[in-house]
Design a protein around this ligand. Structure first.
Ligand code: IPE
Ligand code: IPE
Ligand code: MG
Length: 250
């Protein structure tokens, strides 16, 4: 972790890798007597603000949960609005990401998306692939179990091809095949919307992440709220199995 002074207003430790479960769009809209999709549209502004703030603070990787493998089971109309919104936002924002030296990537099983969306994603990834300021990963049709199963499959293929023996399978080699393997370890996992669960997000990657849950609904999660989550992270003592004395700075 880098010590980035006076950015969040304090001398907070800035996490290198933050992931967010962006939850609560539907309830935000329903509370105002509006349809759920109004909440999804409003949530786009929070995405923008988090990306900008993370980049400004020197966060190296930001990973956002946009659509889970379970979200396909929602009403067809809501799914289709979400897909249209993804396409629309990507088209509108990718140049801005590029200008800010942000590398964009989508993690998840893309095969279920329309050809048009898959193409847009590929183009956006290509345009930004050499950027080094920050990596923005959007998880779409992503599931943590899918990620681990996928890694297991790749290892099996390597064993069959005699590139690996069964004894070469360990935490490190499996990790290499999971999504986000090239990024810094996940430091902070935020969930908005008031629920205390992971909902099949980064199961493997969250092993030692600090968890932060807030009741704030995603469209209300602004720069100040984001900085607050970083401040709280900064006050946590990460022990990684050691004793408090072992990890205390001298
Ligand atoms: C999160 O908000 C966005 C997606 C899952 C796509 P929700 O749509 O889950 O909002 P709530 O939880 O119903 O309020
Ligand atoms: C998690 O939110 C997925 C995303 C934020 C994309 P959900 O609203 O789908 O999670 P559950 O159903 O409450 O667990
Ligand atoms: Mg939800």
């Amino acid at each position: 972790m880098s010590n980035h002074e006076a950015t969040t207003g304090l001398t907070d430790i800035i996490p290198q890798h933050i992931a967010i479960i962006m939850d609560g769009n539907g309830r935000w809209a329903q509370q105002q007597g509006k349809s759920r999709v109004v909440g999804h549209k409003a949530g786009v502004e929070s995405v923008r603000s988090c990306v900008t703030t993370a980049r400004k603070l020197g966060v190296k990787a930001l990973t956002l949960f946009a659509f889970s493998s379970e979200n396909w089971q929602r009403p067809e109309k809501e799914v289709s609005v979400l897909m249209d919104l993804f396409m629309f936002v990507l088209t509108r924002e990718v140049k801005r990401l590029h200008k800010n030296d942000i590398k964009f990537q989508v993690i998840g099983d893309l095969s279920r998306f329309s050809e048009k969306l898959q193409k847009k994603i590929a183009q956006s990834q290509q345009l930004t692939e050499h950027n080094t300021g920050m990596v923005l990963s959007v998880a779409a049709n992503y599931g943590g179990r899918w990620d681990i199963v996928n890694a297991a499959k790749k290892l099996s293929q390597q064993v069959i091809a005699n590139e690996l023996t069964v004894d070469d399978i360990n935490e490190n080699s499996l990790h290499q095949h999971t999504c986000l393997a090239t990024l810094p370890e996940l430091d902070l996992l935020v969930r908005t919307g008031g629920d205390y669960r992971i909902s099949n997000f980064l199961l493997w990657q969250a092993a030692y992440a600090e968890l932060y849950f807030t009741d704030t609904l995603w469209p209300d999660f602004d720069e100040q709220q984001f900085k607050k989550s970083i401040s709280i992270f900064s006050q946590r003592e990460r022990r990684f199995g050691l004793t408090g004395e072992q990890v205390k700075p001298n």
